[in-house]
Structures are given as C-alpha cells and as structure tokens.
Design a protein around this ligand. Sequence first.
Ligand code: EPU
Length: 417
Amino acid sequence: MDKLIIQGGAQLNGEIRISGAKNAALPILCAGLLAETPLRLSNVPHLRDVNTTLLLLAHLGMQVSVDESMNVALDASNIHNPVAPYEMVKTMRASILVLGPLLARFGKARVSLPGGCAIGSRPVNLHIKGLQAMGAEIHIEHGYIEAKANRLKGARIFMDMVTVTGTENLMMAATLAEGTTVLENAAREPEVVDLAECLIKMGARIEGAGTDVITIHGVEHLHGCDYAVVSDRIETGTYLVAVAMAGGKVRLKNARADLLEAVIDKLREAGAKVEYDDNSITIESDGKLKAVSLRTAPHPAFPTDMQAQFMALNTVADGVAQVTETIFENRFMHVQELRRLGADIEVDGHTALVKGRPGLDGAIVMATDLRASAGLVLAGLVARGETVVERIYHIDRGYERIEEKLAAVGARIKRVG
Ligand code: EPU
C-alpha cells in the first residue's frame, strides 16, 4: 500500500496549478445521464473518485471516453442497466448522484444504499424524500433504493438540513420533470452552482443556484455541451494552508479566491499575506502563525472540508484555538493521529481545543479519510524529522498528484509503494 514520506522543515516557493473540483466533477459526470447527445467535459481532475464514477457510468451503459488530458466525453444513448451496485457505492458515497438523473431520464433506478462512513452516519433520507415529493415510488429492498416513476412532477421541496449532494440530486431530477420544482433551504456551495451552469448549458431552466431557493422549470429534453469544471476550492485551500505553515511564497494558478472567502479570512487572521486576481492566488508567510478559532457550517461559512487542515495549522500556531465541527458528527479522526506528532488537542463533543506548540515531531501516522489525510500531510511538512503517512489511497480520492505538486515547490516528500 502506498505511503508518503515527508522530511519536515522545507519552505515552499514557486507555482502550483490547481485542478478541477472533485465535488463539482462528480455530479457533472452524473448529469451526463440526462443528455440525449454527448457531453464533453474539460478540467476534470485525475482522481480515484472520478475513475470510480466513470466505471459506474460505464456499468450503467454509458459510453465513456477519456483522453490523456482528462477531457471526458459521455454518451448516454445506450443506458441499459440502471443499477448502481453495492460494490461500487460502498467505495464512494457520491454514487448516489446517479439516482436523480436515472429516475428522471429512464423512469427507474436501483441504487445501493451507501453504508457507514468514517466521518459520520451520512443518511440520504432527504434525497429520497425529495424524489418522492416529485412523484417517485421508492422503497428500500435488500439494501437497495428501488425507485420508479413515470414522469417526475415538479414540487415544492423543503430540506430541513442543508445537503450538497441532496440539492444536486434533486436539481438534476427536476430538470426533466413536468412543471416547476422549488428547492428550499438548498445548498449554496460553488459546486452546486457549477452543476447548475452545466445543466443550463445542456438546456435546463434553472434559477437561483447559489442562493437557498433554487427554481427549476422542467423541460422535455436535455442535450450535451462542452463544459469546463470549476477549479477545486478545497485543493486550493489545502495548498494555501501548506504555505502558511511551512513558510515561503507560492502562486496558485487556476484558483478562485471568490469561492474561498472564509478560508482566506482565516489565513489572514493567522498572519499570512494573501493576494489574488481573477484566476490566481498568491500567499506569503514566514511560518509564524497565530491560532485561529473556527466553526464549520454550510457555504459561504467555513467549509468542513478545510477543518482538518486548519486543525493542523493550529497545532503549531501561537495561542489556543477552538475548532467546532457542525456538519459531520465524527470528523475529528485526525486528532489521534496529530497527537502522535506531539499535538496538544482536547476534544469535547463537537469542539476541539488546540493548544499551539513550537513544533511537531515526525512519526508514522495513518490517513483515515480524505481531508484528515491532507491535514496529516500538512503537519508532516513542518514536523521535525520524518513523517510517514500511511493508507494514502484516501488522499488519492481527492488530491491529484499531491506529492508532485508539493515537491515542485520545494517540499521534501515522496511516495513509496
Ligand atoms: N444529511 C442528512 N440527510 C440527507 C443528506 C444529508 O441528514 O439526506 C446530513 C449529513 O449527514 C450531514 C449534513 O446533512 O450531517 C450535510 O451533508 P451533505 O449531504 O451536505 O454532504 P454530502 O453531500 O454527502 C458533500 C461533499 C463532502 C462535503 C459535504 C459538506 C460531495 C461529493 N461531497 O457531501 O465532501 O464534506 O458535502 O460540504 O460533494 C470531501 O470532499 O472530502 C467530502 C466529504
């Protein structure tokens, strides 16, 4: 099993190109199911979760072609098997994103219920309830969501929690429904907006994406188009924290500061200098940081997907930080591992109290989920001596060639098999 070996203490200087966003690419790939002519996507990141999605789509009967630059073409004219099997869904919960499109376009779907997850229980009840409100008949049988519908009907749907993939699933389903659907308390994440923009280019009629009320007027058909996936704000944020902690000056290209305001605010509060233009962000830091407290919440507040990285930052900052996780009930798995590097962290319910220390000491640690792993890599960049991060298949789900991108700006990091 691959691991990363990091010698801490190197400053980071140079440029990193940010990839397309995983969490935008996954729903947009699934949106390919809705189109009657081929959908052509660019800026698709080369990640394990993208490969899993492409395998799932191929399993459904999608014709998938991918060139060496990860331009993806999807042709849904021969979908013959609307089934997302357990073996695929269990490796990636985002597989649930085929449910809405399959049901809307083909009138039936059989999708395995996702099982447990390292960061929380993560139910999909709101996806199911919303589709039922649109007239779908859904029941759970042998661990599978069995769904059918003639044509879905527009409905007013209130979601009592903000759910990103739930909003995406229902928005995709509503594009081909009869009449108008209104999604209330919708997620405002940039990935929802990116999906909406792609759907609009495919012929959908959607208003309000990016606000908490999204209105979708159903149409009879959607067609393919050319679409470039938005850049990854979480990958961007992760490298920003890396430079803040390690010190140095790095320019992130293909990066969108407007999607990362809460994170940039916190980095400045910690003492890093951050400047940006439309398409790049430059960060400069001497590595001496102040502790920053934060509370995760749906966009535009501080993203849960950046919590572990800021936890790592706080372990070596000056002062005490309170880090509160409000989205997932079990997203502190990195705390035990950070403690192995010498971090001083106490957890009380949903809040972690992080007392900054002058330094960390390298050790062997284990990745437990995607963002937790990123936090461990960041800690390794500043820890004294050698840090080994094991089980990095988690990192490969969401970071494209993380060791190459970090090594290119001066980090001493390598992957070993
Ligand atoms: N929830 C319900 N019922 C539902 C759906 C969600 O109770 O039907 C709860 C969840 O249990 C959770 C909260 O609502 O407590 C928010 O979950 P959400 O549905 O928004 O999460 P998600 O859509 O499954 C996406 C990202 C995650 C990211 C979260 C929150 C994708 C593919 N995944 O997950 O990304 O953490 O939104 O922003 O978009 C990651 O990239 O590392 C990652 C985990």
